[in-house]
Ligand binder design. Structure first.
Ligand code: ATP
Ligand code: MG
Length: 589
């Protein structure tokens, strides 16, 4: 292993420091290097550069634990860490914080790499905390040697009791004053596996009376005879978060270790350990607000429960706030990055409205994707005066008039059509400008038609509308200048294609799913209607489009064909609904 010297310490660097791009998942677009935006962290980094504070370029890391898939909260952290490296000409590492053998798995490592790249970022170094175990162990010996750590043989309860409370100081346990020799002997035997789990732990010898409870001799290492997905069974002395994290940052030469606010109290032990181990110019931890998004949960533990208990179809269920779920739903990385830009980085936690995210998604797709006609709840219309067997090809513009693109396509028009059930009312209120007995309406890209009659089944449900069309209105307007307010979408009953349309809605019916009554948990806040499957009909122009093509279904929303979609069984996912009704858009056009 090559030896590298950085800011005063010599240590072995992992030999796989070259960027690994074995995961070939192409990002839809690389994140562009933006000009530095101002938030308190960027101000601080800019100041580091001006002051030459670390004697090295700004260096950040994104440190996921590979125990689940990445979610929107991680996206915020990714955009921040990689964004800073790009903007300030520094580096950003991807470091797997893999120090818990019970929960971690290589399948999560792979999903995380794929998702970071898909979001448009490429790491400088790919590192694993588990590759640092030997080095961390050496640091542990150094601390013991300097009288800054000791082996404690009390059990968990005894250790907890000895810590005291917020109002009373802790008391030294019976092993706190073991000699350096005895500590070293025990530590070495812990490492080679002589003891059972829990027999001994390594603790910092810090301050048992410290007002910050974390400083009261925190645990640094514990024995775990377990299989680690990367180290196998060759290691049994596992570092705890506080011990592993800061030292891993220091090993990599990180300058600013960015984490969420719940780690604020851990900053003291972070600094203490780096000082005691002897790093000059060590990294500094800075906390920012965690992303909490309404109507969803951003915690791997909770998302794992949704997967394990079958509330969703998997980590990539399109209702999940995971990167994999959003990708499958049809959200583009550009929208996620734009959203992270809009919400910014603050020092105080605050929930973010889901509407902010939906806005970013619509904004991204609006000028980009073609419009098509799809009827979600087909109701048959027969044009009684239209020639049987005739098929007219109507020229339809795929983008609104103000769009730079001006493609058109042909949509077949026939005697039998489908319109959406919602666009007909037998007994409509006054301002209903759609189909009703005796009323005239415009078919998008087609003729004006008038409803003459309704056909009902034995149960009294309307199953067919009998209408007439005005052959002089192919342009969409009547030559005599009569006014027709409403425009509705339609497809040919005989030329259209059947399709399954999955309407995804909020996963939870409550803005804060954790704010549920005593005795229940976030599971009880699940929205039973978060997935509604429709069997619709779509214009045939989409038949040959590749899986993963995105559209706007006029008047309905943005959709993408799902990965299971085939030419014979089309399946579409709703990415997001349209906020504004299409009627307005048409008037504008
Ligand atoms: P979870 O609670 O979902 O398991 P975590 O913090 O334990 O999240 P890690 O894999 O340890 O997940 O996190 C990797 C990085 O992502 C950390 O720096 C963490 O602070 C950050 N991160 C995780 N969740 C959020 C969030 N909701 N908002 C912002 N950053 C987050
Ligand atoms: Mg964690």
């Amino acid at each position: 292993m090559p030896k590298v010297t950085t800011f005063g310490l010599t240590f072995a660097r992992p030999s796989h420091s070259a960027i690994s791009v074995s995961d070939t998942t192409a990002s839809e677009s690389a994140a562009p290097a933006a000009s530095p935006r101002r938030d308190f962290i960027r101000e601080m980094v800019a100041d580091d550069v001006v002051a030459g504070r670390f004697g090295r370029a700004p260096s950040t890391r994104f440190p996921p634990e590979p125990n689940g898939f990445l979610h929107m909260g991680h996206a915020k952290s990714i955009c921040l860490n990689f964004g800073i490296a790009q903007e300030f000409g520094g580096t950003c590492n991807l470091r797997f914080d893999d120090t818990n053998p019970f929960t971690e798995d290589v399948k999560y490592v792979e999903s995380i790499k794929r998702d970071v790249q898909w979001l448009g970022f490429q790491w400088d170094g790919e590192y694993y905390a588990s590759d640092y175990f030997e080095q961390l162990y050496e640091f542990a010996e150094r601390l013991v040697h300097n009288g800054r750590a000791y082996v404690d043989s009390q059990n968990e309860d005894e250790i907890r009791a000895g810590r005291g409370t917020v109002t009373s100081a802790g008391v030294a346990g019976p092993h706190r004053n073991r000699s350096v020799e005895e500590n070293l002997d025990l530590l070495r035997r812990m490492r080679v596996g002589e003891f059972a789990d829990g027999a001994h732990v390594l603790r910092a010898k810090a301050n048992l009376a410290h007002p910050n409870m974390i400083m009261r001799d925190p645990l640094l290492m514990r024995i775990r005879h377990a299989h680690h997905y990367r180290r196998g069974n060759d290691w049994c002395l596992y570092p705890l978060y506080d011990f592993a994290h800061g030292l891993s940052d220091a090993i990599e030469g990180i300058t600013r270790s960015l984490c969420t606010l719940e780690f604020k109290d851990n900053r003291e032990i972070y600094d203490w350990l780096l000082h005691e181990v002897g790093f000059d110019n060590p990294p500094r931890q800075t906390e920012f607000a965690r992303l909490e998004l309404d109507y969803t949960v951003l915690s791997k533990r909770k998302l794992l429960r949704l997967v394990n208990e079958g509330h969703v179809s998997g980590w990539d269920d399109p209702r999940m706030p995971t990167i994999a779920g959003l990708r499958r739903r049809g959200v583009r990385p550009e929208a996620i990055r734009a959203f992270c830009d809009v919400i910014g980085v603050a020092r105080k936690d605050a929930r973010v409205e889901i509407a902010t995210f939906e806005h970013a998604i619509r904004d991204d797709l609006n000028t980009l994707v073609p419009r098509v006609l799809c009827v979600l709840q087909p109701l048959k219309v027969v044009l009684t005066n239209y020639p049987e067997g005739q098929v007219e090809q109507m020229e339809a513009s795929s983008y609104p008039p103000d769009n730079a693109r001006s493609e058109t396509r042909l949509v077949p028009f026939t005697r039998e059509l489908f319109v959406d059930r919602d666009d007909f009312m037998e007994d409509p209120p006054k301002k209903f400008f759609r189909l009703a007995p005796g009323k005239e309406v415009r078919l998008r890209f087609g003729y004006l038609i008038t409803c003459q009659d309704v056909v009902k089944n034995d149960a009294g449900d309307v199953i067919e509308l009998r209408c007439t069309y005005d052959p002089a209105t192919r342009s969409g307007n009547a030559p005599d200048g009569r006014k027709v307010q409403g425009t509705i979408h339609w497809v040919s009953a005989t030329e259209s294609l059947p399709c399954e349309v999955r309407l995804y809605d909020r996963l939870f019916s409550q803005a804060d799913p954790d704010a549920v009554s005593e005795g229940s948990d976030f599971i009880s806040a699940l929205n039973p209607e978060s997935l509604v499957v429709m069997h619709g009909r779509i214009e045939p122009s989409v038949a040959s489009d590749a899986v993963g093509t995105r559209y706007q279904f006029e008047r309905t929303g943005y959709f993408m064909s799902d990965e299971v979609s085939t030419a014979n069984a089309l399946v579409f996912n709703r990415i997001v609904s349209l906020r504004d009704s299409w009627a307005k858009e048409v008037k504008k056009g």
